[in-house]
Every structure is written in C-alpha cells, then in structure tokens.
Design a protein around this ligand. Structure first.
Ligand code: FAD
Length: 322
C-alpha cells in the first residue's frame, strides 16, 4: 500500500509545485503508516526522479513515453489508475492546476473515489478524513470529510513551505497499455513565453496594483523585475481591467505564492490580496498613502510615489549587481 502522487515537469525539470505535492503526499502517507510513491511521465532524467526522495517519495513509477510530455489527460489517467491499483493506494494526490483539473476527476470516477479539490491542509485523520479546502472561488473555506475508501486530493499549489531533506527515491519503469483514443488531443505547436520567470515557482516577485494607473506604465515594474530576475504579478482589478494577463493575478481568487521576496507597488493590501501573498518571506510595500493597510503586513515599507521609488530601486539593484 502507498499514497500515489502525480508529478509534473517542464522539459525534464520537475515543477516546484510538484515537489510540494510530493511532500504533501509523504506527510499523508506518514499519517496512514505507509509510504509515498511518485508517478512521473514523459522525458525526465533519472537523477531528477531520484531527487524526489529528498521530498519524501520512497519510490517513483516512471512511464518513459515522450508523448506524455504533453497533457494527454486520458493517457495520464490510465497511468495513475494502474499505479493506484498496483499500489493499493488509499489516497491519490494531484495538483489543483490545469493538468490536475483534467486528470483528477477522471481518476476519481474510475476508482470510485471521493474527490477533494483545492486542498489547503493535511487531512485530519482523527475526525475521519477531514481536509480544509477553498470554496466558492476562494470566498469561503470548507471542511470536507471524505468517507469513500479511496480519496483523490487536488492540492492547491503554494499552500506549504518546501522542506528539502536527504534521500533518494528508487526509480522503477512502469508500463501501461495505451489506446489510440488516449492521445485524441494533438498538440500542434507550443508557444513559449520567453524570458519570464514562472510566477508560481518564483523566489522573487514584483507586483503592481491600480496605483500604476494603466498598462502603459508597467515598464517600471518590468524593469525592476528584469534587474532582479523576478516574476511579475498584479492585483485582481488590474487583471480584470485587462492591464495584465489573468495568470499574473494573485490573491484569494487568483494564484497563491510564497516567494522569498514580494515587492508590491501601488497595491492597497486588501484582505483578498493578502490571502495569496501573506506566505511570502519578506514583503516590501511601496505606497504613497501611509495609511495603506498593506503596511501592516509589510517587513519593509516605502511611503512614496512609485513612479519615483521604482526606477531608483531598479538603478540600485543594477549597481549592486554590476
Ligand atoms: P486599490 O485598492 O485601488 O489600491 C491602489 C493603491 O495604490 C492605493 O493604496 C493607493 O494609495 C496606491 N497608489 C496610487 N497611486 C500611487 C502612486 N503614484 N505611488 C504609490 N502608491 C500609489 N484582489 C486581489 O488583488 N486579488 C484577489 O484575488 C481578489 N479577490 C477578491 C475576491 C472577492 C470576493 C472580492 C470582493 C474582492 C477581491 N479582490 C481581490 C479585490 C480586493 O478587495 C481589492 O479591491 C483589490 O485588491 C484592490 O486592488 P489594488 O490594491 O490594486 O487597488
């Protein structure tokens, strides 16, 4: 018996949010007195797979099929279901992301399992199998008790701090008999966003709010992000107004991030915004209003006009790095 966790990768590098999912699965396994087994598909080097041991996976079931570098939900469902049956898994963990949304419900149906989406906590196994999850697009929390024998849990990314330890996982090749219909979706081309640090994995983030006044002023956010090697983010009204793409919106109804450094310029610090960023290690707030609520959550605050402060900060970073 073991807890199964699906890992995702980008061109062979396991995503940070998947390391978190492995750690999460390992903690559940410990509670249940068993081990965690990661399931990986596509082209990934052995050393990368073995590295999952440092996050608590004892074993990796690896399907070395290059077709699975792309999201083929039916094929990956087939892999997970086969792995869960082989391992007699009481719990299967995926991420609550684009891939997880396509795969986890399929797995749950096939295994007649209960599905918990948007999980934010470890299950409380004393009172049953109770998991805290976000509900109504993050407007509320719900505590769900899964009573089915098998449970599928979709973990909300960046809910937990990563703790790397020692250890290497053993890698076992795993084979599954696919059918043509498993690859019904054809990926014709992939448009890569170049030069950008993915927000969910970023250690440094520069974020802008309505105080920027319009998309034409975003250059000063991007200049600082570029100088630091940081990702860019924004508040919800900014994304709603179309100034920035929706994937940059952080907060209760957007992404949750836990970078080492979060620099927020022209953001008031509403509770819904803080819900997505308060796990950041260091928060720097730049706002012209000394009464802005964000200052209460900040480690460092600059009361000033962002149009003056941001370019000066960028220059200072460039000088420091030179
Ligand atoms: P504002 O509140 O307008 O703040 C702009 C700030 O910029 C002000 O503090 C101002 O002093 C400052 N400023 C202006 N000019 C300058 C200048 N030149 N230099 C320096 N500072 C300046 N919001 C989110 O961000 N994420 C969410 O996920 C989210 N989910 C929500 C869910 C629900 C159900 C609801 C009701 C709301 C949600 N919101 C969310 C909206 C949230 O309540 C706030 O309205 C929003 O965060 C405010 O965005 P803002 O700080 O960019 O804008």
């Amino acid at each position: 018996m073991s807890v199964i966790v699906l890992v995702e990768h980008t061109e062979g590098t396991i995503k940070k949010k998947s390391l978190e999912a492995v750690q999460y699965a390992a903690e559940i396994a410990k509670k249940l007195g068993t081990t965690a087994t990661a399931v990986a598909t596509g082209k990934i080097a052995d050393t990368e797979l073995q590295g999952l041991g440092a996050y608590g996976a004892q074993k990796v079931l690896y399907v070395a099929d290059d077709r699975l570098n792309d999201l083929h939900a039916r094929a990956i469902t087939r892999v997970l279901v086969a792995a869960a049956k082989q391992e007699n898994s009481p719990v299967i963990v995926t991420l609550h992301d684009v891939n997880g949304r396509a795969i986890a419900p399929r797995v749950a149906i096939q295994l007649k399992a209960g599905l918990i989406s948007g999980a934010l906590s470890y299950p409380d196994t004393v009172k049953g199998f109770v998991v805290k999850k976000s509900a109504f697009s993050g407007k509320a929390f719900a505590y769900v008790n899964a009573t089915s024998e098998v449970k599928v849990i979709m973990l909300a990314p960046n809910s937990f701090q990563l703790n790397k330890t020692e250890g290497a996982a053993t890698v076992e090749n795993f084979s599954v008999n696919f059918e043509d219909k498993d690859f019904g979706v054809k990926v014709k081309s992939v448009d890569k966003i170049t030069g950008e640090v993915p927000l969910s994995d970023a250690e440094l983030v520069v974020s802008g709010g309505r105080g920027l006044k319009g998309p034409e002023n975003w250059g000063i956010i991007e200049d600082l992000a570029h100088a630091l090697g940081a990702a860019t983010a924004c508040s919800r009204p900014v994304a709603d107004a179309g100034w920035r793409p929706h994937h940059e919106h952080v907060g209760q109804t957007g992404g949750t991030i836990r970078p080492n450094l979060y620099i927020a310029a022209g953001i008031s610090g509403a509770i819904q915004h803080l819900a997505g960023v308060s796990g950041s290690k260091t928060i720097v707030v730049i706002n012209k209003d000394p009464e802005a609520p964000f200052f209460k959550a900040a480690n460092y605050g600059v009361v000033g006009d962002l149009n003056e402060v941001l370019p000066r900060l960028t220059e200072a970073v460039k000088k420091f790095k030179a």
